[in-house]
Write a protein that binds this ligand. Structure first.
Ligand SMILES: Cc1cc2nc3c(=O)[nH]c(=O)nc-3n(C[C@H](O)[C@H](O)[C@H](O)COP(=O)(O)OP(=O)(O)OC[C@H]3O[C@@H](n4cnc5c(N)ncnc54)[C@H](O)[C@@H]3O)c2cc1C
Length: 479
């Protein structure tokens, strides 16, 4: 006999496992199905984020930053380092341990909240008795009956049509996080978040990195002033970024005992070029994943990109079938997936869950970090909205000087009549943490004056946030 659940969640990434936990907290009988396998074939919930995304990339960014600091910056602090050496297997092993701790943590949380976990692939069988039959194919083959289904099947890396991933020479984010030796020359196609983060890791560890970007502008979604500041910093670090290129043939040839990847491209001037690298990471975006879901069996509607079509409340075209996270429209971010998961679980329980897309923060964990929330200056200009801007450089912040990390600035954009904060943009140390204050402020519809009048600890990087808010009225105190 099929096991009956109030809610069956397909996918155990940040969208899925969080939805499952929230639904269980609200008294539902919940199952969560996830197919990700660890190296031993066991369950590894947490999705892209935990296994080949947010978590392992941040582990390697941290380790590689320590390596770079030890080699290049400890001297400034009067610390001499002799015999500095990279132990890449240990670094990669630590990253794998961090991933495992997160996998185990999620399994523990599901158990703690009495969510039944199924390891295997979940797929629709048919609509039945006002609910849905879901098959789970794993070690066992079983069928579950669900009143509500939440699809949270995530996304996969987009490949170039002429250069499929082999994870040996041409790498997706998966291969990029487990290169066995530092490549002498590393190429990346795509200078988005993933490209910049992966490029930073391997540059810090000693690779000569070239990023080829098709768009003519660097980080087009980022506030122009912030993107320019970041680009200056990356140029100084030796991260080579070529904009406006058109990639052509990609060939894998032999070089000694190894191989070489040759990328033919035309540069921004239209001149034919070739880039030869030891490894190539392709980071040109991600594709919503519905492989194996058998969406056709129940008539679940997908759009032309393969994303599940949902309304503002994450409802699909089918009664009681919901979808959240990377598999639907909107930014492909773990915290956006989580917020949608919570909101859907609350709607199923008859509550009024809500996600405010205007206050979803974005972060790029490079050095300097880049973080923002709300509108950019170019967006406000295009919309014809009246605004005031205020900036404050980390160069004038005492804590940043003490840290030895003074690159960048905080920038506030506020409505020119009401003073409501419309956007906050940060490039600099710990921008990922600093942005939270701006998110809270915007959620509460704060004005820039509200932030300017709040007492901030001294010395702290957050004083730069207060000073940027003061700068909106041209009354910074420390610059
Ligand atoms: C290198 C990299 C770095 C990133 N860094 C960040 C970051 O710093 N911050 C951030 O916010 N975002 C980051 N992201 C994006 C983030 O990982 C995604 O937005 C997030 O994982 C989406 O969550 P999700 O739950 O929608 O899907 P996923 O995390 O992709 O999870 C989907 C899960 O569903 C499972 N699944 C799929 N189909 C089925 C099926 N039919 N049956 C059973 N299981 C199934 C998959 O195996 C997977 O476990 C990064 C992504 C990458 C690639």
């Amino acid at each position: 006999m099929s096991k009956q659940f109030d809610v069956v969640v397909i996918g155990g990434g940040p969208g899925g496992y969080i939805a499952a936990i929230r639904a269980a907290q609200l008294g539902q009988n919940v199952a969560c199905i996830d197919e990700w396998k660890n190296a031993k074939g066991g369950p590894a919930p947490g999705g892209t984020c935990t296994n080949v995304g947010c978590i392992p990339s941040k582990a390697l960014l941290q380790s590689s930053e320590h390596f770079e600091h030890a080699g290049k910056h400890f001297g400034e602090h009067g610390i001499k380092v002799a015999g500095l050496e990279l132990d890449l297997p240990t670094m990669l092993g630590r990253k794998d341990q961090v991933v495992k701790q997160n996998n185990d943590g999620i399994l523990y949380l599901l158990k703690k909240n009495k969510v039944s976990f199924f390891h295997g692939r979940g797929s629709f069988v048919a609509a039945k008795d006002g609910g849905y039959e879901i098959n789970v194919k794993g070690a066992a083959d079983e069928t579950l009956l669900a009143t509500h289904v939440i699809v949270a099947t995530g996304s996969n890396a987009r490949a170039l049509p002429n250069a499929p991933f082999d994870e040996e020479n041409i790498l997706s984010n998966d291969g990029a996080l487990r290169i066995g030796g530092v490549p002498k020359k590393l190429g990346l196609i795509g200078s988005g978040v993933i490209g910049l983060e992966m490029g930073s890791v391997w540059r810090r560890l000693g690779a000569e990195v070239t990023i080829l970007e098709g768009l003519p502008t660097f980080l087009g979604a980022v506030d122009d002033q912030i993107a320019k500041e970041a680009k200056k910093a990356f140029d100084k670090q030796g991260l080579k970024i070529e904009l406006g290129v058109k990639v052509g043939d990609i060939k894998i040839g032999k070089k000694g005992k190894g191989s070489v990847v040759s990328i033919a491209y035309s540069n921004a001037k239209g001149e034919a070029q070739t880039l030869d690298v030891d490894k190539l990471i392709v980071s040109i975006g991600r594709v919503p994943n519905t492989i194996g879901l058998n969406a056709e069996a129940v008539g679940l509607k997908l759009d032309e990109r393969g994303a599940i079509v949902v309304d503002d409340d994450c409802k699909t075209n089918l009664a009681n079938v919901w979808a959240v996270g990377d598999v639907v429209r909107g930014p492909m971010l773990a915290h956006k997936a989580e917020e949608e998961g919570v909101a859907v679980a609350e709607r199923i329980a008859g509550q009024h869950g809500h996600v405010n897309f205007n206050t979803v923060p974005w972060v790029i964990y490079t050095s300097p970090e880049i973080a923002w929330v709300g509108q950019t200056e170019q967006q406000l200009k295009a919309a014809g909205r009246g605004y005031k801007a205020g900036t404050f450089p980390f160069m004038a912040n005492g804590r940043a000087r003490a840290l030895g990390d003074t690159t960048g600035m905080v920038k506030f954009l506020a409505d020119d009549t009401t003073d409501e904060i419309l956007g906050v943009h940060i490039v600099g140390p710990m921008a990922s943490e600093l942005i939270s204050e701006a998110v809270v402020a915007m959620e509460f519809k704060a004005s820039s004056e509200d932030i300017a009048r709040i007492c901030h600890a001294h010395p702290s990087l957050s004083e730069a946030t207060k000073e940027a808010a003061l700068a909106v009225e041209k009354r910074t105190l420390n610059f």
